[in-house]
Design a protein around this ligand. Structure first.
Ligand SMILES: *Cc1c(COP(=O)(O)O)cnc(C)c1O
Length: 378
């Protein structure tokens, strides 16, 4: 969320450099001489690789594209099943459908993330991949999910679009599975307007990402692009130099974003202590403090609280504000009736929770005041 609030002269300076240093080459590939060998997308990938301690990073045009490329690299095709969770973002389901595969949906725990228990029950001979989504800043029960996938030899994709900077057992999310996914759209922790990336430690997978996102180029060394041909169909999911320039400035702000978000998050958490039930945290999970989520059992009280949060200008993000984009119960256009039935228990859990988004353009004191206002209603 906060990345877009911090856009300033630093992003502008990076964008200007494309014109002052590399003669306006906006394309990530080729034109070596004209651009004086300055490649901004490649620089952004290298920085991401260092920050996230992941061997390989491939930037692409969006997080949704990144999920699709990940599935393609695992050979997901018509007739296959891919498992993901009920509380989610529609992008994972769309990527599965776009590969011709069938989405299978698990329920969630009180931590609002994928249930490993349900996951193990839903795996069949047709299961080709699992997409786990760390929702709204918190790690899922990653070790348990990894164990299920390992036992059944099914690749695990970590969709970390909503939890950049959060950790599980001190290691960054998005780096502890076969493939990690980030989004840099305008609502994410850091932004490039639109954009995303794939992280992996597997060279073969990385080379597939690199080729598939760029029309299937063979990427033979030292060949000009016009001569380097293809032996597999790909697509165009390329990132531009403009996006990467903004991304470089944004990435340098990530530590600041995490630090400042934590201050606001804690301002509420401290006041809620022993008075309000917070979202469950799986042991070993440290959030990125993007959203504070709490539980209110009483329906009337809940609606008063939501009204209050909207009146303060803070709002309630995905619970319940944008719930229709984040919960499979509402996706009748994309999943079967049976799958929607599977989401009824998740619905009972989700409808009790309220989300407070953390904005950096709002002061710590604003969140203190909001917390005090909320306590009066609870
Ligand atoms: C934002 C988001 C995506 C998609 O990212 P885009 O860059 O907007 O395509 C995928 N998964 C989750 C969980 C997200 O929140």
């Amino acid at each position: 969320m906060p990345g877009n609030e911090l856009i300033n002269h630093k992003e502008l300076r990076e964008v200007k450099k494309i014109f002052t240093e590399s003669d306006g080459v906006l394309f990530a590939h080729g034109f070596d001489k004209r651009r004086k060998n300055i490649f901004r997308v490649r620089q952004f990938e290298k920085k991401l690789s260092n920050v996230f301690k992941s061997k390989y990073v491939q930037c692409v045009s969006s997080g949704t594209a990144a999920i699709k490329i990940a599935l393609k690299s695992l050979g997901v095709k018509h007739g296959d099943e891919v498992i993901t969770q009920s509380f989610n973002f529609i992008a994972t389901i769309e990527a599965i459908l776009d590969c011709g595969a069938k989405p299978i949906i698990t329920g969630i725990n009180e931590d609002l993330n994928m249930s490993s228990e349900e996951l193990s029950k839903l795996i069949t001979k047709k299961t080709k991949a699992v997409i786990l989504v760390h929702m709204l800043g918190y790690s899922a029960e990653l070790d348990k999910i990894q164990k299920v996938c390992k036992k059944k030899k099914i690749p695990l994709i970590e969709d970390n679009c909503e939890a950049m900077g959060a950790t599980f057992r001190k290691k960054k999310l998005g780096t502890q599975s076969d493939i990690g996914i980030f989004s840099f759209d305008f609502g994410k922790t850091i932004t490039t307007g639109e954009g995303g990336c794939l992280l992996t430690n597997n060279k073969k997978k990385y080379l597939y990402f690199k080729r598939y996102h760029d029309h299937g180029h063979k990427l033979l060394r030292n060949l000009p692009r016009g001569i380097d041909d293809a032996d597999m169909p790909g697509f165009n999911y390329r990132m531009t130099e403009l996006q990467a320039a903004v991304g470089l400035a944004q990435l340098s702000k990530l530590d600041y974003i995490l630090r400042e978000s934590k201050k606001r998050f804690i301002a509420i958490e401290n006041r809620f202590k022993n008075k309000v039930k917070l979202r469950g945290i799986y042991k070993g999970s440290i959030p990125n403090y993007d959203t504070l989520i709490f539980k209110i059992d009483d329906k009337k009280k809940r609606s008063r609280i939501v009204k209050y949060l909207n009146s303060t200008g803070v709002g309630t993000k995905n619970l319940p504000d944008a719930i229709k984009w984040h919960f499979a119960f509402f996706w009748k256009h994309a999943v079967t009736k049976d799958q929607i039935k599977n989401t009824l228990i998740s619905k009972k859990i989700l409808e009790k929770y309220i989300a407070i988004p953390i904005f950096l353009r709002k002061k710590v004191e604003t969140y203190e005041k909001v917390a005090i206002g909320l306590l009066k209603l609870i």
